[in-house]
Design a protein around this ligand. Structure first.
Ligand SMILES: [Zn+2]
Length: 860
């Protein structure tokens, strides 16, 4: 049914199957090279008729590179967790392709202020990255990529030639291949021949966790800065290889909306982003408006969306001398859906994305020199600002956890931040930073602004409404000792060797084979991984609940709480084999272990003391599925699977109710709804000796259902003292009471099993909820609590500030023979909160070692 008299009818009765041919999308006044395959020739359906799957999308991109080699070169940036290729098309004129590496090198030189002045931007091409559907269930972007690729490969004439001559396009058809595949499979399997537009239909409600996320249920549009995931890491490599001037980020929003393009809300731009960035965003916006007007599409700007958190695809470029552009198209979610604005058809959503990709390229062509000059100016002014700024550098790191420092260095290097080994010992903020275990980041370098975006604490804001988190001070998140260096402290002699790539510590077994015992400390990030690997190999381990000093083969040494002891005589294997296993595990995980030949300590408890209990191997299950917050659960899956190599069973609520829980000794519940869960069964399991770990809203659930005895503080509702609040301001006033995400310093009892491995009294935790726990009446049951002034970074209303003050961060309840560990906040936030990892892993490994009396309250 194409372009017939039925067209009018089709626009009224959309439940006919509408196969939209290319004429609906493409500009009318352009001729196309007939030798270039149309999408349908490769993907077997019209664009918008079905949701293209990722494999077919890649197939089409390959076909474009084959058919138009003069214009298109295909690169593979890397592979996702599910081994899907992340492809990048480099699209430009033949002349530019013949010169591509020289063009790239000259372009990147714009970002080097020591080298950029002499460049003439008059004839330089602009570099534009077009990126699609980082949220896999926002499909109009990735589906529009078929059209944009076709247009760029096939269009003929002066206009396209002129554009390709002046623009190098980096074309990324899918930012999130795994999520896209999941979503397209879902909607396609529910498509009826007669499209059903009723929003209640199953097509529009994906099964948990949905296609928004990557393999580990993470939102990749929060990962540009932490870059924890392979998808981001592969992409960042190419981003910095090319340093684009513009990066587009094609998303979808609620079905009843229209179309949004940046600029967003002016007061919610990150203060580190210079005002010229928003001016250029506005200039480019004129092109989007003009192109959308032409096809009659409604849109809005300067509302709802912001440019604050640098971990988003539309904001990250802003702190890299580029302009990030967020597009948000109202989502049909499936093939056609009834909305407040009538039936929204999938092809209509695709067309807006295609048209704004073209408006971006046209804007880039016309404003080319403005963008190039801005990029150069951005980096030159960074140096000027750095010279004037009071902070001259940052020092961080310490001996106790070299893996965490190396992970931090690795993250900085992904953003092309210069890092040096510390060249001389320095004392700052009462912390001794030592040569050999600490690093320096000088402020005076091109990435000056991003460095501030990573290290700064933020406490003042122009606005109190946030689309995402309000603070992410990275060294606090990593739990690293760090300090700002002013001109009084900072000297060139602090700069040792420049670090190209992070070096991770090499583990070792000091002292060789022992017939008696081995000891290793719990400070290192991967100590839990090492412990599990030992347990999995059948090694029996004990944990020190006291500090002690003992003679090792390398002299007398003090060991802290949480030290792991491996007594040789208690093992099933002989001493030779135990030595091999322990040595291998230490070397693999960057941990130093010590051989000891005696159990008799210099001070503290002997190795045979009852204060050295056996650590049980964890058998972990986590509640997942409908109702559970997928990202919170995903963070734990990723932590256990990727970082710790610990398998965990993912239990749906219905499965939980059915199965024997006896094979699990640890159950994890994150924020979410647990209406279907058999709570009597859970309670009985805890009483029988299980360790239940609850975080965020699950803390409230456990208390309300009588599984824990935690009680809560309530945040007050603000009182209108003026009596003059207006209706139109209500969003602002209500929004200010949200906890969008801020950083709080919890005071830790370092002798408590949940604090093993921490050396600093204050542990930074991330709070994005209004769960405020009272401290336990048992003085030993609140191992982490917030003091009188806990806020370290972020936005906080007065009412929420009062509530969090003197509240508990972690409470332990003894319930029968089991324990319930309530963690009010999110210790694993977005997988870069490595400062909370130890707390969480301690709950898994040492929950059962917590003394029963320390967790009892009168209610019990
Ligand atoms: Zn989105």
């Amino acid at each position: 049914m194409r372009k017939t008299a039925l067209a009018l009818l089709a626009s009224v009765f959309v439940f006919y199957s509408v196969a939209q041919d290319l004429a609906y999308y493409l500009p009318k006044d352009v001729t196309y090279n007939q030798a270039i395959p149309k999408p349908r020739d490769i993907i077997y359906h019209e664009v918008g008729e079905w949701h293209v799957t990722h494999d077919r999308l890649v197939g089409y991109m390959r076909a474009m590179a084959m058919a138009a080699p003069d214009r298109i070169k295909l690169e593979t940036m890397g592979f996702t967790y599910e081994n899907r290729p992340q492809v990048l098309l480099i699209i430009t004129s033949k002349k530019n392709h013949d010169n591509l590496e020289a063009i790239r090198q000259q372009h990147v030189q714009l970002t080097d202020p020591s080298n950029s002045s002499s460049l003439n931007t008059t004839n330089m091409p602009i570099v534009v990255w077009i990126g699609h559907s980082i949220h896999g269930n926002e499909p109009s972007g990735a589906n529009a990529a078929l059209l944009t690729a076709y247009y760029l490969a096939a269009a003929q004439g002066k206009q396209i030639d002129d554009m390709l001559e002046n623009v190098v396009i980096l074309f990324d058809p899918s930012f999130n291949p795994d999520g896209m595949q999941r979503f397209s499979t879902w909607v396609n399997q529910h498509r009826s021949k007669n499209l059903v537009t009723d929003p209640n239909s199953r097509e529009f409600s994906e099964v948990w966790p949905g296609g928004r996320f990557n393999h580990y249920w993470f939102d990749l549009n929060r990962d540009w800065l932490p870059a924890v995931h392979v998808e981001s890491q592969n992409r960042l490599k190419w981003f910095h290889l090319w340093k684009p001037n513009i990066l587009t980020d094609h998303h979808e929003q609620g079905s009843n909306a229209t179309f949004f393009f940046q600029p967003g809300v002016p007061s919610r731009v990150n203060p580190l982003t210079p005002s010229q960035n928003q001016e250029l965003t506005g200039k480019l916006g004129k092109f989007h408006a003009q192109y959308l007007d032409r096809i009659g599409s409604l849109y809005f700007t300067k509302e709802n969306y912001d440019d604050f958190y640098y971990g988003k695809g539309s904001t990250y470029p802003d702190v890299n001398g580029a302009i990030g552009i967020l597009f948000e198209q109202a989502s049909s979610r499936g093939h056609a859906q009834q909305t407040a604005n009538g039936v929204l058809r999938f092809p209509a959503t695709i067309r807006n994305q295609f048209v704004t990709a073209l408006s971006t390229l046209e804007g880039a062509r016309v404003l080319r020199k403005d963008f190039l000059d801005w990029q150069r100016e951005f980096y030159k002014s960074a140096i000027t600002e750095a010279n004037a700024a009071p902070v001259k550098g940052y020092v961080f790191g310490g001996k106790d956890d070299m893996t965490k420092s190396a992970t931090f260095v690795e993250m900085l290097r992904r953003h092309q931040i210069d890092v040096y080994e510390l060249g001389a010992n320095v004392n700052a903020d009462n912390i001794s930073f030592e040569k050999g275990s600490a690093f320096v980041v000088p402020a005076n370098q091109p990435q000056f602004r991003l460095i501030h975006g990573i290290f700064d604490k933020t406490l003042t804001y122009k606005d109190s409404l946030f689309y995402d988190i309000t603070a992410w001070t990275m060294p606090l998140a990593f739990g690293l000792a760090y300090s700002e260096l002013g001109s009084g402290k900072y000297t060139a002699s602090l700069l040792g060797n420049k670090v190209d790539q992070a070096t991770f510590p090499k583990g070792e077994l000091r002292g060789g084979k022992s017939e008696y015992a081995y000891l290793f400390e719990w400070d290192e990030l991967l100590a839990p991984k090492a412990l599990y690997e030992l347990q999995d190999a059948g090694v029996l381990v004990k944990v020190a609940t006291n500090r002690f000093e003992i003679e090792t083969t390398n002299g007398s040494k003090k060991f802290d709480y949480g030290t792991i002891s491996i007594p040789v005589a208690l093992q099933r294997e002989n001493a030779d084999r135990v030595f091999e296993v322990v040595k291998g595990v230490m070397e693999k995980n960057g941990i130093t272990a010590y051989a000891v030949k005696t159990g008799n300590v210099v001070s503290g408890s002997d190795l045979g003391s009852s204060r050295m209990p056996v650590v049980t191997k964890p058998a972990v299950a986590m509640l997942v599925g409908a109702g559970v917050n997928p990202t919170d659960a995903g963070e734990i899956w990723h932590l256990l699977d990727q970082r710790m190599n610990i398998p965990a069973t993912h239990l749906e609520q219905a499965t939980f109710n059915r199965v024997d829980l006896g094979k699990y000794n640890t159950i994890i519940m994150v924020g979410g709804g647990y209406g279907e869960l058999n709570k009597e069964k859970l309670s009985a399991w805890v009483r029988g000796g299980g360790v239940l770990i609850v975080t965020e809203e699950a803390v409230q659930w456990a208390a309300q259902n009588g599984i824990s005895t935690v009680s809560f503080k309530r945040a007050k509702t603000p009182v209108d003292s003026t009596g003059k609040l207006t209706y139109v301001d209500r969003d602002q006033i209500e929004g200010a009471q949200q906890m969008s995400g801020a950083i709080f310093g919890a005071e830790a009892d370092l002798s408590h099993p949940l604090a093993y491995g921490y050396n600093q009294q204050i542990v930074s935790l991330f709070k994005a909820n209004r769960v405020f726990m009272e401290k336990s009446k048992n003085p030993f049951a609140t191992p982490f609590y917030y003091g009188a002034r806990p806020l370290q970074s972020g936005w906080l209303s007065k009412e929420n500030s009062d509530a969090v003050k003197n509240s508990a961060a972690v409470v332990v309840n003894t319930v029968g023979s089991g324990r319930v560990i309530s963690i009010a906040d999110n210790p694993n936030f977005r997988a870069f909160w490595l400062g909370g990892t130890k707390l969480f892993m301690n709950a898994i490994f040492f929950g059962r070692n917590i003394d029963a009396a320390s967790g009892r309250t009168e209610e019990e």
